[in-house]
Design a protein around this ligand. Structure first.
Ligand code: GBH
Length: 501
């Protein structure tokens, strides 16, 4: 009898070991990183010759739009605290740091005739500090903070913005191509055009309804020209890669009614394919569903031609294949309902014609738009693979917001669930090279100020030194990076309180 129990016991150990081996793991060459953006962390908004950005102007003129009144004038003061930032990256053990360069900090007028030495010095220092510790810099060239002087000329609605961007990018490539091997041209052009030039959730809040597709065309061309510039003049020598990050949440119909299923297809057309199709599809160009809808509506609205500009055959070619990787910024899954409740006409929203319904059953973070729905990341990956033939992907943003507090269990849980969904997507054929948490630390969350905290590190914005302290999620992420597996319930016993400056 004893022998039998013994045998059963041995078998159980065997099964456990076997299932352990089956445990999903991130491969050794998979990279982990964290992300921030210039306006949200640097502060020093008018220090050392930095020019004014559209967010400086917007928040100074409209302090009331910020939930808690805290704008980016000081933010995390990373302009002065970059050594501490790199120390945190070392604590986490990340492979790379995704940050952005502030265009008005280095070219205060927006144009390359005036180059701000001290502004460049900051990025020299940051990049050198990263390289010193073997942390790869992944540089976003543009994360929402246009020089105000260029906005005064129409910003991305002006076709000259393509040249302005390329001129700026050339200066940056010249200076950093030898050190930076991972480039992202533009962060979320789809948010920029549809929010800032369409709805009102972002500055500059221009000519609602008329300019969002002009912005779309110009910003995509600006990206493609920057990509081609790198290919032509830097790629052979420096062997880096250049991609673009899109805001890519998943969308499902709120129920199975034909109306809502169709509305969801339209929604995906405008929010995903409008920006992916020109770069990743075989034939290029804007997706036909979007062309059709905008043309029809424009006609009804009295326009002589579609508000969606035409891409010439040369522009289609320029855009097609103009990225080494797709940066996916993914936070949640929207539930879509067909709706005639339009805010105004003409507008992007009116063209799409849907309403987003919140799923009350899902876990909610601070802002109402952010609900945990990890399966959506899996579905998005499969959708991208099927429609765009398995592009190389970096998840360039994924994250969760909380109130202040170091024991951020909801962030840990959300991160684990999304990483598990990513492992499944990889197992099913998605080419994902890296995963990036938004964000390294709490920062200025645009209009939400510091009322929403996305950081693995908490920032005490009232303290003189903008003290950063590791949250529970920082330690869990560190352990995931080390072990390359996602444990179900490991918790640190104590929070390691890192240095106090
Ligand atoms: C990212 O965008 C940004 O790249 C990053 O800078 C930011 O810190 C991060 O999100 C966290 O918010 O307030 O209901 O109008 C993600 C896509 C699009 C999500 C705009 C928030 C506003 C929703 N974002 N959206 S609402």
């Amino acid at each position: 009898m004893n022998l039998l129990w013994c045998l059963i016991y041995i078998c159980l150990i065997g099964v456990e070991a076997w299932s352990d081996n089956k445990r999903r793991k991130f491969s050794n060459d998979f990279k982990f990183g964290v992300s921030t953006s210039a306006y949200q962390v640097e502060g020093a908004w008018n220090v050392d010759g930095k020019g004014e950005s559209i967010w400086d102007r917007y928040f100074h003129d409209n302090p009331n739009v910020i939930t808690d009144g805290r704008n980016g004038d000081e933010a995390c003061d990373s302009y002065h605290k970059y050594k501490r930032d790199v120390e945190m990256l070392r604590e986490l053990g990340v492979d790379y740091y995704r940050f952005s360069i502030s265009w008005p900090r280095v070219l205060p007028s927006g144009f390359p005739n005036e180059q701000n030495k001290l502004g460049f010095q900051y990025y020299d220092n940051l990049i050198d500090e990263l390289l010193k510790y073997n942390i790869m810099p992944m540089v976003t060239l543009y994360h929402f903070d246009l020089p105000q002087k260029l906005q005064d000329l129409g910003g991305w609605a002006n076709p000259h913005s393509v040249d302005w961007f390329v001129d700026y990018v050339r200066v940056v490539f010249d200076r950093y191509a030898s050190k930076v091997k991972h480039w992202i041209t533009i962060n979320q052009p789809n948010s920029i055009c549809t929010s800032a030039y369409g709805e009102t959730a972002m500055t500059p809040d221009l000519n609602k309804g008329i300019t969002e597709y002009q912005c779309t065309k110009n910003i995509l061309l600006a990206h493609a020209m920057a990509y081609r510039l790198y290919q032509k003049e830097y790629k052979n020598k420096y062997k880096g890669s250049v991609g673009i990050s899109m805001s890519l949440n998943w969308a499902d119909p709120v129920d199975n009614s034909t109306e809502n299923v169709e509305a969801t297809e339209v929604f995906r057309g405008f929010n995903i394919d409008l920006f992916l199709n020109p770069i990743w599809s075989k034939n290029g160009d804007f997706p036909s569903i979007v062309k059709k809808i905008v043309a029809e509506k424009s006609k009804q609205q009295g326009f002589s031609k579609s508000r969606l500009p035409v891409l010439s055959p040369e522009e289609i070619e320029l855009l097609r294949g103009s990225a080494d990787f797709l940066g996916v910024n993914h936070y949640t899954t929207d539930l879509v309902k067909a709706s005639a409740k339009y805010i105004h006409s003409p507008s992007f929203e009116n063209d799409v014609g849907v309403e987003i319904v919140l799923d009350e059953k899902r876990n909610q973070s601070q802002p109402s738009w952010l609900r945990s729905a990890p399966y959506g990341l899996y579905k998005l990956c499969i959708y991208i693979n099927q429609n765009y033939d398995y592009p190389t992907i970096y998840i360039t943003e994924n994250g969760w917001s909380t109130k202040t507090g170091l024991w951020d269990r909801s962030r840990v849980e959300n991160m684990r669930l999304y990483l598990n969904a990513l492992l499944l997507a990889i197992e099913d054929g998605t080419t994902v090279k890296g995963y990036t948490v938004w964000s390294l630390m709490d920062n200025v969350e645009w209009q939400a100020g510091t009322s929403e905290r996305f950081g693995l590190y908490e920032v005490d914005f009232d303290s003189r030194y903008k003290k950063r302290t590791a949250r529970m999620s920082a330690l869990v992420y560190k352990r995931i990076i080390q072990s390359r597996i996602v444990e179900k319930d490991w918790e640190p016993r104590n929070l390691y309180i890192s240095s106090q400056y």
